[in-house]
Design a protein around this ligand. Structure first.
Ligand SMILES: [Fe+2]
Length: 241
């Protein structure tokens, strides 16, 4: 389904790579319907919501991690694409989160940490797989922007004058990004944008796992979806065990 060497070369060069095949629309609808049955919290990860559910005034709304894990289809896609993350992390990868959050529309100024260009510091080395869970046909629908090659920057390098990749696409569009590079989510202008993302690191656990107060779900909750092989179980033990 994917060419590992080619994908790794693209990722290494650019810091971002869009998977050619999106998740089919009916599967994205099933994923979103599942999420829709649960309460949303008032931040982009629950731990930063101050224990408050999202209100009409919330800029961000998110679901607890177990909801995005248990939702149909994305978890399987994460496992299917794990070899890419694993190879990038030199076969030491640990999957440590699967989360979804919504960004509400506003013409107002960017929110630092998500909607302004920034670098994530999740772990000494880490990589993320994103899924656009709503259509993003143009940048103002909430595209993900990434400064090409910025995952290889030396300290102090900024955005000015550099080439920026803007990821748009149908709901179900998947892309890897090395978000230690410069990136941002453009704040949508008209409709809420939902983004789902999985993260792999190399530490046990990565500092972001502690910061985001993430916990594994009990594997029986996944039923037959819980992988059978020990190696994969080790790789995902921070999110399901
Ligand atoms: Fe980020």
């Amino acid at each position: 389904m994917f060419n590992l060497d080619y994908t790794l070369n693209q990722l290494d060069r650019d810091g971002i790579y869009v998977i050619p095949e999106p998740i089919p629309p009916e599967k994205v609808m099933e994923f979103n319907s599942f999420l829709g049955a649960f309460d949303k919290w008032g931040s982009h990860v629950v731990a930063q919501s101050g224990g408050r559910l999202a209100t009409d005034e919330s800029v961000f709304a998110c679901w607890p991690m177990h909801v995005s894990i248990l939702a149909p289809h994305f978890f399987e896609k994460v496992l299917e694409l794990s070899p890419i993350a694993d190879a990038y992390l030199e076969w030491k990868s640990l999957l440590y989160s699967i989360n979804s959050f919504e960004t509400r529309p506003s013409p107002s100024n960017p929110v630092g940490g998500v909607n302004a260009f920034h670098r994530d510091g999740d772990d000494s080395k880490f990589i993320s797989l994103f899924m656009l869970s709503t259509h993003v046909f143009k940048p103002e629908d909430g595209s993900h922007e990434f400064v090409l090659g910025s995952h290889k920057d030396i300290p102090g390098m900024g955005v000015d004058g550099r080439e920026i990749k803007s990821v748009t696409g149908v709901a179900g569009t998947l892309f890897f990004a090395i978000t230690s590079g410069l990136h941002r989510g453009v704040r949508p202008m008209s409709h809420p944008r939902i983004l789902t993302w999985a993260r792999w690191g190399v530490s046990n656990p990565p500092s972001s796992y502690l910061h985001d107060q993430l916990k594994p779900i009990d594997s029986p909750m996944l039923g037959r979806r819980f992988p059978a092989d020990d190696r994969t179980r080790r790789m995902i033990h921070l999110i399901a065990k």
